[in-house]
Design a protein around this ligand. Structure first.
Ligand SMILES: [Zn+2]
Length: 271
């Protein structure tokens, strides 16, 4: 048993006896949840994974079997201190959710900023994408952007353009306009591996989500660059950020200057 799994089980035992909910290929373990938390998890549990799987299969063209995912939800009765060791990021802040694709574990905690269901959707988006592409190492900006994109499809009322379920990383477009912006090239260069315990620079999640949104404007629906990218990178084994950038330029029929100008205009227009 890995250290993180051991830590989670120890945590479950220390906080409250886990409640197991039914799921075809994911096992949910709800810890310290109130009746309201459980009601929200029940709503998520009903159709979420099925929907995410359907959408991700469409985006990747994958026919692989979906591996089992273990999901741990820490509800409102669990204090941030109780789960600090599990959710702490290198900068000392606490993530709202994490996904370990390698161990096929998703963890989410109750927090004031983002509903538990939405945090879970983002993290399960990572898990489903990793599961259906054999954990293909997309650049983190692509993985984060699509996790948010899937989230916005499953929760259409959610404002995916201004937030990511990592509360400390929320950056509104206005702040972005005033502060430093990421170019597409810079986003792709962010090479941190997607693992529990990693953190991204402020604005990274928002810009990644905007990038995926932006790519939907190239080509004809339902086969826009956004719909083609995940499957193409995976099938052609394009994983190096420079090659991914070249793929995007070719798919969008843009020069680097043209692409960057259009992306900058696009995300600054968002509100
Ligand atoms: Zn994420």
């Amino acid at each position: 048993m890995s250290w993180s799994r051991k830590a989670l089980w120890r945590l479950c035992a220390a906080v409250r006896r886990p409640i197991l909910l039914r799921r075809s290929y994911a096992r949910f373990c709800a810890v310290g949840c109130s009746t309201d938390d459980l009601a929200e998890l029940d709503r998520v549990d009903g159709s979420l994974l099925k929907r995410l799987e359907y959408l991700t299969r469409h985006l990747t063209g994958s026919n692989l079997a979906m591996p089992a995912v273990r999901v741990y939800c820490f509800g409102s009765r669990v204090t941030p201190q109780d789960v600090r060791d599990t959710f702490v990021l290198p900068d000392g802040s606490l993530a709202a959710g994490l996904c370990s694709a390698e161990q096929r574990i998703v963890v989410a905690r109750f927090n004031e900023q983002v509903p538990l269901g939405r945090v879970l959707t983002h993290e399960l988006g990572h898990a489903v994408l990793a599961g259906l592409t054999d954990r293909f190492p997309y650049p983190p900006s692509i993985a984060e952007g699509y996790a948010e994109f899937l989230c916005s499809l499953v929760w259409p009322s959610a404002v995916h353009r201004v937030s990511c379920p990592v509360p400390d990383k929320i950056v509104a477009p206005a702040a972005c306009v005033a502060g430093p912006c990421f170019s597409v090239a810079e986003l792709l260069e962010q090479g941190q591996p997607i693992e529990p315990g990693t953190s991204y620079p402020p604005g990274f999640h928002s810009h990644s989500a905007w990038l995926v949104d932006f790519l939907g404007g190239f080509g004809q629906p339902p086969e826009t660059v956004r719909e083609r990218l995940l499957g193409a990178l995976w099938h052609d084994n394009v994983r190096d950020p420079h090659e991914v950038y070249a793929w995007i330029l070719a798919a969008c029929c843009c020069s680097p200057a043209e692409l960057e100008r259009r992306y900058r205009d696009f995300h600054r227009r968002l509100r």
